[in-house]
Design a protein around this ligand. Structure first.
Ligand SMILES: Nc1ncnc2c1ncn2[C@@H]1O[C@H](COP(=O)(O)OP(=O)(O)O)[C@@H](O)[C@H]1O
Ligand SMILES: CC(=O)N[C@@H](CCC(=O)OP(=O)(O)O)C(=O)O
Length: 299
């Protein structure tokens, strides 16, 4: 007699696929913006997993837009060139030489690497920066901070650090419509003709807002926003952020990340999620299974 009892391993695979069904139905035709942080780019296996996830999203009818960072990679190039670098609230102070190196590393090296990984996974990616087709217009960031000793407010000059003031998503929509996956480097032009180095989280958030993305994911090197005891904060609302910044729970690179989530949600993005880019296929698991991970920011 032949044994017709189902193989449990095969059944588990089928269950995983059927578990994905409602998400596939819900998200078909929607736009997802994925911010791929420099720290999440880890090793070649993670890079391949990430590219496969993005290609799979496209294959099931979702329009992924990748916006990448590369802070650590800019840091090592600056070090090799003997250029000092410092940060204020997670933003790299950018003089003319630093802006040049940042654009070379971001729009040259990293952007084309990601395009190659996506190509290897069978996708058709187009690498651009915020400069292309007027995608993002930036303005110089203006910072005013109280002096540590006197408390008197003073202007902090960050150099060529830009913040997005206008996004024209025409090119992204054309690329998505024609089956391409846009990969965007966080460099933009100012009205003054200067090249601005834009924090990648801020850039991604502005693009997610302009596209009215259904989801905005930020892949980084921590499980999400952690409290002072190191516990993951699974849900945050815009109103929670000021206190977390004030008491020092959120600092450094997490500041632009959380601020951009709040701005994106305010601009009409349904939900933003900060999640661990070091987990193999973390993006797929987050999107197509019930086990949500990371920190969800929702209005
Ligand atoms: N409350 C917090 N929870 C988690 N990480 C935090 C928090 N506050 C600051 N951080 C820091 O933020 C970093 C993530 O930001 P960043 O280094 O800019 O990452 P990425 O390169 O992925 O954009 C974490 O590695 C961590 O050191
Ligand atoms: C102004 C500013 O800080 N720009 C960033 C741009 C890259 C970035 O944001 O990369 P991650 O996402 O990997 O941190 C920088 O120069 O590092």
């Amino acid at each position: 007699m032949t044994d017709h009892s189902p193989d449990p391993a095969m059944l588990a695979k089928a269950e995983t696929l059927t578990e994905a069904l409602p998400y596939l139905q819900r998200y078909a035709g929607k736009t997802f913006v994925v911010k791929y942080g420099g720290h999440a780019m880890g090793d070649p296996e993670l890079q391949r997993d990430f590219a496969e996830d993005v290609v799979l999203l496209k294959a099931v009818g979702i329009n992924p837009v990748v916006v990448h960072g590369g802070g650590p990679q800019i840091g090592s190039m600056l070090k090799r060139l003997g250029v000092e670098s410092r940060f204020v609230d997670g933003l790299r102070v950018t003089d003319a030489a630093t802006a040049e190196v940042a654009e070379m590393v971001l729009a040259g090296k990293i952007n084309k690497e990601i395009v190659s990984w996506i190509a290897a996974a069978g996708g058709r990616a187009v690498g651009i920066s915020g400069k292309d087709a007027g995608l993002v217009r930036a303005e110089k960031v203006q910072r005013i901070e109280p002096d540590r000793n006197s408390g008197i407010e003073r202007h902090v000059d960050l150099g060529f650090v830009g913040e997005p003031v206008a996004v024209d998503p025409t090119l992204l929509n054309s690329l998505a419509r024609d089956g391409f996956i846009p990969v965007v480097a966080p460099v933009a032009l100012g009205a003054d003709g200067h090249t601005y180095n834009v924090n990648a989280d801020t850039m991604a958030g502005a693009i997610a807002g302009a596209l009215g993305a259904a989801r905005f994911f930020l892949l980084t090197d921590v499980p999400g926003v952690m409290d002072k005891q190191g516990e993951l904060l699974t849900d945050l609302q815009p109103g929670d952020i000021a206190a977390l910044k004030e008491d020092g729970t959120i600092k450094g690179g997490m500041i632009p990340k959380v601020e951009t989530c709040v701005a994106a949600v305010g601009a009409g993005v349904d939900a933003a999620v900060i999640l661990d880019g070091r987990i193999p296929h973390g993006l797929l698991l987050e999107i197509f299974t019930r086990q949500g991970a990371g920190t969800l920011v929702r209005a």
